[in-house]
Structure formats: structure tokens, C-alpha cells
Write a protein that binds this ligand. Structure first.
Ligand code: CA2
Length: 149
């Protein structure tokens, strides 16, 4: 059975690589998407990779993922710290969810330290730079496969 994964990216991540390279690196989101696509191609996984700056759009995509995805990976970016709507949508998704952050949010300032969404995630990956996307695909595939077997 082919595994279907959805990766969602939240606000401002479309500008990845353009600002604060000391925190987020200099890789663009397009480069990250290409690296993910190259990885899933070898692993035989179907991937949907999306980015939006809008909370409601992300909620819609989480709801869509319920119908098409075995596992969800989400970098909620700035919505990590206050979005009840994304939290509720994540709770409705029945498969594994990996919350992903490029930076180590625990080593950051008060605003960036406490993700409210982690309680709705199966696991959290942070601080691995953009390699975290590949680690998250591996983890999500492992969890979804274990769940299906
Ligand atoms: O480390 C992450 O992946 C974050 O989710 C990124 C968010 C931040 O609010 C979280 O605390 C951690 C910020 C994304 C802002 O996007 C940028 C785009 C271009 C350059 C710098 C940041």
C-alpha cells in the first residue's frame, strides 16, 4: 500500500532563506520541497507539500488531509503559539501528526518557546534545520506504517 503524507507550512515560511539565515538557514522553501520530493520518490511515498499564510486555509488543508493522508507533518510557524483553530483541526486528524520546527524553539525567546499545538501532535521535531523535514517524513512514515500493520 502506498503511503500518503501531507506537509503543511504556515505563515512567512514562503520567505524561508531570505531573512534570519542564522536561525533558519539559507535554503528556500522551494529547495526544501524539492529535497522532500526527491526523498519520497525513492521511498515510494506520495507527498502533498503546501504553504499558506492564512489560518483558515491551513485548517481546510488539515481537514482535507483527513481524507487523503496517512500522516500529517505541520510546521505551523507563527500559529504555533496561539491557534485554537489549528489545534482543534489537528485533534480531529486520526493519523500520526509530526509538529516540525526548523529552529530549536526551546532555546529561543519566550514568544517562540511554547507551542500550544504540541499537545495535539504525536511527536515534535525541532532544531534540526531544514533536514528536519526529511527526519519528519521518516518518522511519519514509520508511525503510519506501524499503525497500518
Ligand atoms: O523554526 C521554525 O520552523 C518556526 O516554526 C518558524 C516560525 C517561528 O515563529 C517559530 O517559532 C519556529 C517563523 C517562520 C518565519 O519564516 C521566516 C521566513 C523567512 C525568514 C525567516 C523566517
Amino acid at each position: 500500500m502506498t503511503l500518503n503524507l501531507t506537509i503543511l507550512n504556515g505563515p512567512n515560511l514562503n520567505l524561508l532563506g531570505e531573512r534570519e539565515p542564522e536561525i533558519y538557514g539559507s535554503t528556500s522553501l522551494r529547495d526544501v520541497e524539492q529535497a522532500c520530493n526527491a526523498y519520497v520518490k525513492k521511498a515510494g511515498i506520495n507527498l502533498t507539500f503546501l504553504q499558506s499564510n492564512h489560518e483558515g486555509v491551513l485548517v481546510d488543508w488539515i481537514q482535507d488531509a483527513r481524507l487523503i493522508a496517512d500522516a500529517l507533518i505541520i510546521n505551523p510557524a507563527g500559529y504555533s503559539f496561539h491557534s485554537g483553530a489549528i489545534f482543534d483541526a489537528m485533534k480531529i486528524f486520526s493519523g500520526p501528526i509530526i509538529e516540525l520546527h526548523i529552529s530549536n524553539i526551546h532555546a529561543r525567546d519566550d514568544l517562540h518557546r511554547h507551542s500550544k499545538l504540541s499537545a495535539a501532535a504525536t511527536g515534535v521535531i525541532c532544531g534540526l534545520g531544514t533536514y528536519g523535514y526529511i527526519a519528519a517524513i521518516q518518522a511519519a512514515a514509520h508511525l503510519a506504517t506501524a499503525k497500518n500493520s
